[in-house]
Design a protein around this ligand. Structure first.
Ligand code: URA
Length: 242
């Protein structure tokens, strides 16, 4: 489905339901707004909550058009010192910073730590995000990693074989390590255990000093996105997850 496809094509719904869904207001507040004369349909004031609207009806609340949001898929370049959950007293959330309708319906497919930067996928499609995050789907997440201590080439085999992390049931799944220089590497993992990359390097006596996610599956972070910027995924990017 296109991210911008309207939900209502060919069907009609009650105006109070439409308003609640489009704005995030409760049904009772939506009804109050109608009774107060704040709602128009195609320019005509409507007070009846059962009035039927379709995708073609122009619904306005307080003179501003409101519309249903379809299923959305976005990529964002996460800056440092932002968080992927919605509540934290110290850092801003990447989702609440999005200037789009109903950010409350969105969630992140695979969170990053506060000090990790790079590719974050955001959607309101739970089945799609499950395919991104479920280890069974083996969707690779590629990280650029900077390390405090020099890297040894023997680590390539160690990470490919899987390593034991404390408080985890089994070893990590095979991971692909590509050395760039003595202190930098690319690591591709297909799981998303808590602080997994940092813990994998800590388990072999090293320390991650910088972590940046470059890709998820075949979806690469768009180099045109500055930290904090986002764009909708293309149909090809959406379909690549599966
Ligand atoms: N692994 C980590 O340790 N941190 C992240 O943010 C992502 C993967």
């Amino acid at each position: 489905m296109s991210p911008l496809q309207p939900i209502l094509t060919g069907v009609s719904v009650r105006l109070d339901k439409f308003l609640a869904e489009a704005t995030g207001l409760s049904r009772s507040i939506a009804k109050k707004a109608m009774h107060a004369g704040e709602v128009t349909c195609d320019g005509v004031m409507v007070k009846d909550p059962a009035f039927k609207v379709t995708a073609d009806t122009r619904v306005c609340l307080d003179g501003e058009q409101v519309a249903l949001v379809g299923v959305r898929y976005l990529m964002l370049n996460k800056p440092v010192d932002t968080i992927c959950s919605t509540v934290d007293e110290h850092y801003p959330s990447v989702i609440s910073a999005l200037d789009i309708p109903r950010p409350d319906k969105l969630h992140i497919a695979g969170r990053l730590d506060v000090d990790t930067t790079g590719l974050v996928l955001i959607t309101d499609d739970g089945q799609w995000s499950h395919k991104v995050t479920s280890p069974k789907k083996e969707c690779g997440k590629r990280y650029l990693v900077q390390l405090a201590d020099p890297l040894d080439a023997s680590l390539i085999e160690t990470f490919a074989a899987g390593i034991e992390l404390r408080n985890e049931d089994g070893p990590t799944k095979p991971a692909l390590l590509e050395l760039i220089d003595r202190h930098q590497a690319r690591l591709t993992i297909t799981e998303g255990k808590y602080h997994q990359v940092k813990r994998m390097f800590a388990a072999v006596g090293n320390k991650v000093v910088k972590l940046h996610r470059e890709a998820i599956g075949t979806i690469e972070l768009d180099p045109n996105l500055a930290p904090g910027e986002w764009r909708y995924l293309t149909a090809v990017e959406i379909a690549s997850v599966g």
